[in-house]
Design a protein around this ligand. Sequence first.
Ligand code: ATP
Length: 230
Amino acid sequence: MRADAVSKFYGQREALKSVSFAAEPGEVVALIGPNGAGKTTLLSILAGLQEASSGSISVERGDVGWVPQQAAVYRKLSVGENLRLFARLEGVADHEAAVERMLALTGLHERARDELGTLSGGNQQRVNIAIGLLADPPALLLDEPSSSLDPRQRAHVWELISGRAQERGTTVLFSTHDVGEAERYADRVLVLADGELLFEGSPVALEEAVGSRERDFEAAFVRFLRERGH
Ligand code: ATP
């Protein structure tokens, strides 16, 4: 997956300023940056939901899986019905096989008939991610996949995402405000601020970039932004 000099204007406002990066198969990349940095804009362009104003993107062959911040699921339908509905909408060849695969992947076989709205936040998010994976896409984009989950649920959700990258070589790009999570799960972080890509490298390299020893990765990240005027 790559972006070459991608810019996006909303009227006069430049939400992305010539952003370029590449992610390899099996790589997990975190997109971090302050509110309004352009994270969702970049993800939605890569997901094909909106066009860049200039520049180009290229994604792996096949559809890109998209896990939006606001899940498009139906709380009154069961887990299985949601998966079946989205398998149809996405034109997945064998719906039933795909639904079975996703129930197995999420460990939610026993909840298949339960209304989605009755599941815990963590399990609902597993369904949301499973919907993004229905077509077995070579790349998966997730917008703040674990916000509002408790630490245990978050760890479960990450087992699912990391497992996919390791076992199937899925390229994963996710945004988060939890920079500790980026440090823990990402091979590489992209730091975006005011539409500009300020840094691309490992979490350790970001800590080294600020030179002085900060207490933790989050403190190093805040210092990095401050030193660059954000
Ligand atoms: P957050 O962390 O708060 O979710 P973000 O990094 O995802 O922010 P974006 O949602 O991509 O940032 O927004 C980038 C900029 O573009 C912001 O200034 C935002 O107000 C603006 N913006 C986003 N979507 C639109 C839109 N549809 N129309 C106009 N401006 C928009």
